[in-house]
Design a binder for this molecule. Sequence first.
Ligand SMILES: Cc1cc2nc3c(=O)[nH]c(=O)nc-3n(C[C@H](O)[C@H](O)[C@H](O)COP(=O)(O)OP(=O)(O)OC[C@H]3O[C@@H](n4cnc5c(N)ncnc54)[C@H](O)[C@@H]3O)c2cc1C
Length: 393
Amino acid sequence: MDLAFTPEEQKFREDIRAWVADNLPKHISHKVHNALELTRDDMQTWAKILGKKGWLGYGWPKEFGGPGWTAIEKHLFEEECAMAGAPRIVPFGPVMVAPVIMAYGNKEQQQRLLPGIASGEVWWSQGYSEPGSGSDLASLRTKAERKGDKYVINGQKTWTTLGQYGDWMFNLVRTSSEGKPQTGISFIVLDMKSPGVTVRPIKLLDGGFEVNDVFFDNVEVPAENLIGEENKGWTYAKHLLSHERTNIADVNRAKRELERLKRIAKAEGVYDDLRFRDEIAKLEVDIVALEMLVLRVLSAATSGKNSLDIAGLLKIKGSEIQQRYTELMMLAGGAYSLPLIREAMEAGWQGDFPGGNPALAPLASNFFNYRKTTIYGGSNEVQRNIVAQTVLG
Ligand SMILES: Cc1cc2nc3c(=O)[nH]c(=O)nc-3n(C[C@H](O)[C@H](O)[C@H](O)COP(=O)(O)OP(=O)(O)OC[C@H]3O[C@@H](n4cnc5c(N)ncnc54)[C@H](O)[C@@H]3O)c2cc1C
C-alpha cells in the first residue's frame, strides 16, 4: 500500500487549488468557513461554475462528459474544494442518481437527463424514505400503477432533503406486491412540477427547513421515466446507496472544520486548556485515521486490488466525527454558543452579543442540525449490522 502522492498528483492538486482560488466567490467561501446558512442561490451558483468547467460531475467517466479522473484525483479535488471553503456539491443529481442513469438507464434517458445534472441547471431530490419505511426501506408503499404509456403514482415520501428546491426527483416505488418486498420495487424519475405533487416542509430541531414531506396524488409519469427494468429497482437503489454513504463520510470537510474548531478554541481562550487540547487531539487522530482509511481504499482501487466494501464503515466514522466537532465547538464557546436566534441568523446577524466572537453565532444551530448525521443515509445502528455481516462475516 503506497499512500504518498506522485509528483503528477501533487501538480494536479496545485492546479485545482489555483483554479478554485480564482473561481470560488468570496462571499460564498466566507459563509462556508463560518458555517453560515447557504441559500439555494449560493449552492447553485457554485454548482453552475463547476458545471461550466465540466467538474460538477467530477466523478463521471469521460464517455458521459466527466473529466475521467482517477480515484486519487477525485479525492484531491474534493479536498481542495473543502479546504478552500466551497459548498458541498448537492449530491442527489451528480453523485447519486447520475451513476444509476449511467449504469442502468437507456441511451435516450442518458441524453435527456445527464446534461442538466452536469451543468447544475436541474436540482434533484431523493425519494426513498416513507413514514414507516426508513431502515426497513423495502417495506415502502408508494404505488406506481402502469396505465397505458404512463405510471400513476400515489403515496408519500418523507425527509426529502432540500425538496423545496427540487426540479426532478428519483423515487423508489412499488410496482408489484408479489414475492419478497425487494422484488416489487421500481426506480422512477419524475418532474416535481407534475400535477399532483405537493411538497410540505418539515421544521427541524435547529429551526430550519432542510427536509420535506412529498405527497403524490394520482401523479402521471411517462413510462419512459422508468430507469432500467420494472421490479429491479432494489438493485439500482443499493448501487446508489454506496455512493451516498461514502459521500456522507466527507473527511475533507472534517479537516476544514478541525481548523475552525482550533480558531474558535483560541479565540475563546480554551486552546491552552490541557483537557480541551486532549479532546481536540483525540478528534484529530480520528480524522487522520479516517483519512488513512479513505486513502487505503483509493490506493487499493488504483492498484487494482479488491478493496473491502466499507461504505458503511466510512459513514459511521465520518458522521460520528462530524457530531463531535460541533459538540467541541459548543464547549469552546461555553454559554455564548447557546443563543439560537433563527430570525437574526437569517438576517445575517453575526453574533453581536457580549463576548462578541462572530464565530459563535451559528454554533447552536450547527450542533442541533448535525444530530441528523448518524440517522440519514441509513442510521449508524443499521450500518453496524451491515458492516458486521459484510466485513466481519
Ligand atoms: C436530515 C435528514 C435528511 C434526510 N434526507 C433524506 C432524503 O433526502 N431522502 C430520503 O429518501 N430519505 C432521507 N432521510 C431519511 C433517512 O434515510 C432515514 O431517516 C433513515 O434511513 C432512518 O429511517 P427512519 O427515520 O424511518 O428511522 P427508523 O427506521 O424508524 O429507525 C428508528 C430507530 O431504530 C433503529 N433501528 C431500526 N432498525 C434497526 C435494526 N434492524 N437494528 C438496530 N437498530 C435499528 C434506528 O437506528 C433508529 O435509531 C433523511 C433523514 C434525515 C434525518
